[in-house]
Write a protein that binds this ligand. Structure first.
Ligand code: NDP
Ligand code: 8X3
Length: 256
């Protein structure tokens, strides 16, 4: 798969942030994009702006039967998916595990892990039949580096990392490719969602530093997808220059 011929790209979570930027990038390069997310009104506005190369599809990745129906109902010109970008995902809250809301945990697992594998499983047979395809998953640095309050969110992203590598192993010799993109802090609606709509708290995270942008991530997705067919980009980890690592925390007994 090279960009000499137009690709059909299926992007989940295309109503905001990375997904929207990814959809814009591929449409701008002449590819066809199925843009999916729960908020159909946003996708309709994007289709209005970008024209007929973008097909808006309202889809909740937590609904397995809806995924199957969506794929079956795709119009012919969008049906042969070359690239699946499993981007839909979210973090809810930053409470320590002992205080966290179990409903938040379930929604993150259902979306980031179960939704991602369901979309992948649904798209693979067609890719194998056509003998070409690429699955690009959105992991996170939170899957590799622990931090307080990341508990289940980070664990879902560790899942995405390992699932991506295991998927590569299973697809050995088929010509299908798998990539995991693992960004650090990027300014999208991510933090607003994490803080239940509290924009002040969300903004505070990015105050006084320059975070990654959705366009930066779209660029890395586009780059990975544009490599010649013999090249598989396994993992891309990227961070803002202003973000790096800190050491271990040590609890000290107050008495000593
Ligand atoms: P945004 O909140 O801006 O966008 C998230 C997208 O996911 C939205 O389009 C949302 O659409 C969609 N989504 C959420 N739940 C569902 C669902 N059940 N079904 C379908 N779509 C859903 O966040 P980002 O763009 O930043 O995040 C995109 C991905 O990147 C996520 O997987 C996130 O974990 C990951 N990531 C983000 C980083 C960051 O710092 N921003 C860093 C590393 C990784 P809708 O609500 O309309 O369904
Ligand atoms: C999002 C990046 O560092 O907020 O996955 O967890 S981080």
């Amino acid at each position: 798969m090279t960009h000499h011929h137009p690709m059909t790209v299926f992007v989940t979570g295309a109503s905001a942030g990375f997904g929207e930027a990814i959809a814009r990038r591929f449409v701008a390069e002449g590819h066809r994009v199925v843009a999916s997310a729960r908020r159909g009104d946003r996708l309709a506005a994007l289709a209005e702006e970008l024209g007929e190369r973008l097909l808006p599809v309202a889809l909740d990745v937590r609904e397995r039967t809806a995924i199957a129906r969506t794929l079956t109902d795709l119009p012919e010109e969008f049906a042969a998916i070359d690239l699946l970008v499993n981007n839909a995902g979210l973090a809810l809250g930053l409470a320590p595990a002992q205080d966290a809301d179990p409903d938040h945990w379930e929604q993150m697992i259902d979306t980031n892990a179960k939704g991602l594998v369901a979309c992948t499983r649904a798209v693979l047979p067609g890719m194998l039949e056509r003998g070409r395809g690429h699955v690009i998953n959105l992991g996170s640095i939170a899957g590799s580096y622990p931090y307080p309050g990341a508990n289940v969110y980070g664990a879902t992203k560790a899942f995405v990392h390992q699932f991506s590598l295991n998927l590569r192993a299973d697809l050995h010799g088929t010509g299908l490719r798998v990539t995991c993109i693992e960004p650090g802090m990027a300014e999208t609606e991510f933090s607003v969602v994490r803080h239940a709509g509290d924009r002040q708290q969300a903004d505070a995270l990015y105050a006084g530093m320059e975070p990654l942008t959705a366009t930066d991530i779209a660029e890395s997705v586009y780059w990975a997808a544009s490599q010649p067919p013999h090249v598989n980009v396994n993992v891309i980890e990227l961070m803002p220059a202003a973000q790096s690592f800190a050491g271990f925390q040590v609890h000290r007994d107050e008495a000593t």
